[in-house]
Design a binder for this molecule. Structure first.
Ligand code: ZN
Ligand code: ZN
Length: 138
């Protein structure tokens, strides 16, 4: 039986909740099952009301530190401290990448540029694509 709704027709977007795009792409890593990456425990269970909240989440949890050394991956409070560090001689030891899974600067930049479109689901998929450029969206 079909019910006609009067006066309160929703286009469906009002009640849409978004999850973290990373948890869509790697559900195991970005969930409470990942005891090694405590930061990511909330990723699969956070429900974000709109694209700007999705972005906030990405900046908060998935952004690399603002000023980190590309060699040793130490992070610094200011760009000046980082500059001093990268110019010191002998230079620091190159270490293994500490946060390879976090958003690169290019990714961060393209996500910042995304304006919430009329269809926020579409915007969400565009953001997912920014993060997973190899079509590897499981
Ligand atoms: Zn997340
Ligand atoms: Zn360094």
């Amino acid at each position: 039986m079909q019910k006609q709704q009067k006066g309160n027709i929703s286009d469906g977007s009002a009640g849409t909740l978004f999850v973290c795009p990373f948890s869509k792409y790697d559900p195991w890593r970005y969930s409470q099952h990942n005891t090694a990456g405590m930061n990511y425990r909330g990723c699969s269970s956070c429900f974000l009301k709109d694209i700007s909240r999705v972005k906030q989440h990405l900046y908060r949890v998935h952004k690399r530190p603002d000023h980190y050394c590309e060699g040793c991956f130490e992070d610094f409070e200011t760009q000046e401290m980082l500059d001093n560090h990268t110019r010191q001689r002998p230079a620091c030891e190159v270490a293994e990448a500490r946060f390879p899974e976090k958003m690169s600067r290019d990714q961060l930049y393209s996500i910042k540029r995304r304006r919430p479109a009329r269809d926020s689901c579409e915007t969400w998929f565009i953001i997912l694509h920014d993060l997973v450029p190899f079509g590897n969206n499981a």
